[in-house]
Write a protein that binds this ligand. Structure first.
Ligand code: GUN
Length: 298
């Protein structure tokens, strides 16, 4: 039976490190500042955004939330980002995705100053990650958090290990693959056009599932002893809990996979809590860089 990787605990450890470093910075007269921008009324996005703002307050940050109406013009949104770029009290800017259809999300992201892009989505940060310039990059929060969970199990040097990342999104799959490569894994990115995905997954010492399809990775796709990181958060009907009830599952069939894996993340309580923790870490790092202070290591 696999070890269950406790993402909640690791996230709490990260946040504790952030709080300590934040107090140190505040004592020097620099309060880390995070601005979160949301456009529209999507209920799931509203929940994510308010938990990000709330966690920032807990960390002692200057936390600002801009909630804009669905029909906000692109020009107004770009102007707000321009103001936040110029505001010395703000070290991190996060524009919650998805944005309404009339707004060019790519343009919005590229308008954020790279040194405040705590999501790590700007081309400058994507390029730095791709070329191994990790000391000055911002790495997207979900893959960065997943990497910390892998390190807890396997250590920092993953030399000789085969990693398979299922999913090729810009937010998770591609940056995850780059992080694993930087840690010396042999990396394969699989996706919907991959041939014989089960056989490929069985080669993985580290298997990361980030596709957004409930329980798509079956237990017998998992190599004995593998480290399994499940990035998926899917809500499915759970009639066994009562009429109209639902429950969260990952992209991995957890119970079956746990029979083969050496270590596995649960859903919920695995990668999920790491995403917000790493947003706090990135914002803290940004404030440290702005203040010329060595940031803590996570
Ligand atoms: N929407 C879903 N995940 C994310 C994320 O990591 N960052 C932003 N900005 N929006 C998201």
């Amino acid at each position: 039976m696999a070890d269950i990787i406790d993402g909640k605990q690791v996230a709490e450890d990260v946040v504790a490190t952030v709080k300590a470093a934040s107090s140190g910075l505040i004592a020097k007269g620099v309060t880390p500042g995070l601005a979160v921008v949301i456009v529209g009324e999507d209920p799931a996005s509203q929940v994510y955004v308010s938990s990000k703002s709330q966690k920032a307050k807990e960390c002692g940050f200057h936390s600002v939330q801009h909630t804009l109406p669905e029909d906000t013009s692109q020009a107004d949104l770009l102007a707000l980002i321009g103001d936040l770029n110029a505001d010395p009290a703000i070290h991190g800017i996060l524009v919650q995705l998805p944005l309404p259809g009339h707004v060019d999300a790519g343009l919005v992201i590229q308008t954020i100053a790279p040194e405040k892009d705590v999501d790590g989505f700007h081309f400058i940060n994507v390029g730095k990650l791709g070329t191994g310039e990790l000391a000055t990059a911002f790495v997207p929060c979900t893959p960065a958090g997943s990497m910390l969970l892998i390190e807890r199990v396997r250590g920092k040097d993953l030399s000789g290990l085969n990693a398979v990342v299922v999913g090729r999104s810009n937010i998770v799959g591609k940056p995850m693959a780059n992080l694993l490569l930087a840690a010396n894994c042999t990396v394969t990115i699989a996706h919907s056009r991959t041939k014989d995905l089960p056989a490929l997954c069985r080669t993985a010492d580290i298997l990361v599932a980030a596709v957004g399809r409930p329980e798509m990775v079956h237990g017998d796709w998992v190599k004995d002893g593998a480290t399994v990181i499940d990035v998926g958060i899917n809500r499915i009907p759970a009639p066994e809990r009562g009429e109209g009830k639902s429950r969260l599952v990952g992209d991995v069939a957890f119970a079956q996979a746990a029979e083969h894996a050496g270590a596995i993340t649960p859903v919920p309580g695995g990668v999920g809590p790491m995403t917000i923790a790493m947003l706090m870490a990135n914002t803290l790092v940004s404030a440290c860089r702005a203040a010329g202070v060595e940031p803590p290591r996570f």
